[in-house]
Design a protein around this ligand. Structure first.
Ligand SMILES: C[S@@+](CC[C@H](N)C(=O)[O-])C[C@H]1O[C@@H](n2cnc3c(N)ncnc32)[C@H](O)[C@@H]1O
Length: 211
């Protein structure tokens, strides 16, 4: 008998369609304000690099709004476009965010910053505090040092969101570290660069979808 196969490509289209359907409204003006005003913090950067563009901020907003995580960890604070975007989508969530080369204080409540700290040190600290995170946004590059500590702060429903998923950029490298038998990679849509790694436990095959 032939099985019905559902590959990443087709599943990605389905997942984005579901996210768009459930999060059919988003605050375009506030997101635009975040993307533009945070740029003024670049003068405080020791390592002045790229930030999240508007279309990816919209995708990040929708993903966080859809999953509604309580605890979020972020690798790559920089000027805080993504941090503020996630906070807008999940105002009650606590966000832990680190940046190995920058120490720009974002001055946000419910955000714990790890300035000038590599991700493995943040994950190690979170594990010591017995924190578990529901969503991890990766806008930095994971290394082997992260894995043992990362494993201690995730649970079986933790979702990963990857920026820069194109070519041989860091999003693709991070996906290779993360995607395994228990999760599936959702490709970015359109010309965007935001990918998602969703654990199988959050994919439910149901007779009828809840409205
Ligand atoms: C593209 S920028 C992040 C942009 C940020 N998300 C924003 O919206 O403004 C990437 C940042 O990640 C930091 N970074 C890269 N790998 C890291 C790691 N493993 N741990 C901590 N920070 C890291 C870099 O220092 C850099 O500042």
């Amino acid at each position: 008998m032939n099985p019905i196969q559902l590959g990443r490509k087709r599943l990605s289209e389905i997942v984005w369609a579901i996210i768009d359907e459930k999060v059919d409204d988003y605050p375009c003006e506030e997101l635009g304000e975040i993307v533009s005003t945070q740029q003024s913090l670049r003068i405080r950067a020791e390592y002045n690099t790229g930030s999240v563009p508007y279309d990816d901020a919209v995708d990040l907003y929708k993903i966080v709004k859809f999953f509604q995580p309580s605890n979020i960890a972020e690798v790559g604070t920089f000027i805080g476009v993504s941090t503020r975007t996630m906070q807008l989508a999940a105002p009650h969530a606590h966000i832990f965010t680190c940046d190995v080369s920058n120490d720009i204080n974002l001055g946000l409540v419910q955000v714990t910053q790890y300035p000038k700290k590599p991700s493995h040190e943040m994950f190690e600290d979170l594990a010591k505090q017995e924190e578990k995170v529901d969503l991890i946004y990766l806008d930095g590059r994971l290394s082997e040092k992260d894995i043992p500590h990362l494993t201690n702060v995730i649970h079986n429903e933790t979702v990963f969101v990857l920026d820069d998923f194109e070519g041989t950029e860091k999003g693709v490298a991070n996906a290779m570290v993360l995607e395994g038998g228990n999760s599936v990679l959702i490709y970015p849509r359109g010309g965007n660069k935001t990918a998602i790694v969703i654990p199988m436990t959050l994919l439910h095959l149901v007779r009828q979808e809840a409205v």
